[in-house]
Design a protein around this ligand. Structure first.
Ligand code: NAD
Ligand code: SAH
Length: 413
């Protein structure tokens, strides 16, 4: 089937980007070598939907090196990089995606990706899985199982499972230690500030940053905001997380209160309507708003539009909402994940671990699908430990091993 991308002539720039990340993803390098020899995915069709930039392209190439027939799309309309998509097509991989696609194009790309009749789906946020359980349900019988990349995607799968409607086993890649401990915390922590800083080119030091949600991602974003010299306020709904934020040295308050103080707001909850009209109305002139959670629903954009007298573009990826009293609020990346809509997402070394979990989870599905239930499946501890050891090796770090005597000691009562 023919790929659908913006422009094949962009391939040389995409190739450079893929080569650059490849040099910084040692775990995937060794998996690529292993898969080239063992060809575990020979004859297997994999449909993949993850932010289509260089690291995802490299994951696709590693799976293809293992014999998989890949069909690839992006998991967000603003994160696909057209040059990377072109480079993948030149490498013989089917790609259906372009930057800034419309909602109907996005759905069409998902459907085209599924038209390859996948044995395995690799999803990020649940869009492939959702399509397979609804408008593409005729393809369900051929699916062995899949893997889900992100927190919200795993939550959606658990909701499906609870209703007894999940039709194939799905590996909860996000819940692996080697994923969320590093990707959600250090990855989001760094890449959110990369996205904000490269887009606004404004100082963070001395400003008040409000972070909604103190989960794995929020902790990282708060930690790095502090490092940049910001005063940090956290909003939460979970009392334990709120105490954690307080003990980590941050102010904790409701959004109703925080909205008056913030210069920069980052939502990262996975929830909807976290910042709404009543908050916009109390915000300071010049406030910067952005989101790092799944989807563009955390900042209530319809209400922001409703109270604005004009909406203009200030510069690339910054929309200015001006109120009738002259107050201006600036929204980054249309309220979509700021680190991917306005940047390259997490660094290569981080995605190396996340995507190693993806590759091993796909292999696990292939080897075990006949005995797996149609449920959300935890990543086995052995996979986590193997990837952690590979990461340490790549860093040149050795760790101690328990002696037999120590093993007896810690297992005795
Ligand atoms: P998490 O479950 O660890 O944390 C979410 C936190 O938000 C929780 O502590 C929860 O209590 C809090 N929360 C929920 N609703 C809230 C509300 N209305 N107001 C304030 N706080 C609220 O999840 P996570 O792993 O941190 O992921 C958060 C979101 O970010 C998810 O949607 C996930 O898919 C997405 N994510 C994005 C990236 C990225 O690259 N931008 C990376 C990983 C995950
Ligand atoms: N469709 C959803 C997807 C959730 S994105 C949406 O766009 O709203 C969150 C996921 O993006 C994280 O779990 C993280 O692993 C992934 N991610 C972050 N940086 C990335 C990068 N550079 N390349 C590919 N995926 C990345």
């Amino acid at each position: 089937m023919n790929s659908i991308i913006r422009d094949i002539n962009l391939a040389p720039i995409g190739k450079q980007k893929i080569e650059w990340v490849k040099r910084n993803m040692p775990i995937l390098n060794s998996l690529e070598q292993e898969f080239k020899k063992t060809r575990p995915f020979e004859g297997i069709r994999i449909s993949l939907s993850i932010h289509l930039e260089a690291k995802t392209a490299y994951l696709s190439k590693v799976l293809a090196a293992g014999g998989a027939q890949m069909a690839v799309t992006g998991s967000n309309p603003l994160s696909t990089q057209d040059d990377v998509a072109a480079a993948l097509v030149e490498d013989g991989i089917n790609v259906y995606s372009w930057y800034d696609c419309t909602r109907s194009e996005y759905d069409k790309f998902i459907d085209e990706t599924l038209s390859h009749r996948p044995h395995i789906v690799i999803d990020d946020g649940g869009d492939l899985t959702h399509a397979l359980h609804t408008r593409k349900s005729h393809l369900l019988s051929g699916v062995y199982g899949g893997c889900e990349e992100t927190t919200t995607g795993v939550m959606r799968l658990k909701a499906l499972e609870k209703e007894g409607k999940l039709k194939f086993p799905m590996m909860a890649v996000n819940d692996a230690m080697c994923k969320h401990l590093f990707d959600n915390r250090y990855g989001t922590g760094q890449s959110v500030w990369d996205g904000i800083n490269r887009t606004t080119n404004l100082i963070v030091a001395g400003k008040t940053v409000v972070i909604a949600g103190y989960g794995w991602c929020g902790k990282g974003v708060a930690m790095r905001a502090k490092g940049l010299g910001a005063k940090v306020i956290v909003t939460e709904i979970d009392p334990v997380k709120a105490i954690e934020a307080y003990m980590d040295g941050f102010s904790v308050m409701t959004m109703d209160e925080a909205c008056e103080h913030g210069d920069i707001f980052v939502t990262v909850t996975g929830c909807e309507k976290v910042i709404t009209k009543k908050h916009f109305e109390k915000m300071k002139d010049g406030t910067v708003l952005c989101n790092a959670g799944h989807f563009n629903v955390e900042i209530c954009i319809p209400e922001l539009e409703q109270i604005s007298s004009s909406v203009t573009q200030s510069r690339k990826d910054i929309t200015c909402y001006e109120m009738s009293n002259g107050k201006r609020l600036y929204l980054l990346g249309e309220g979509r994940l700021v680190n991917l809509a306005c940047g390259d997402g997490h660094p290569a070394e981080i995605m190396d671990m996340s995507f190693a979990v993806q590759a091993y989870a796909a292999l696990y599905i292939l080897q075990h699908y006949l005995e797996l239930e149609q449920k959300v499946i935890d990543i086995p501890e052995e996979i986590d430990n193997k990837i952690a050891m590979m990461k340490l090796k790549s860093l040149g770090i050795a760790i101690d091993e328990l002696t037999e005597e120590q093993k007896r000691y810690i297992n005795s009562w």
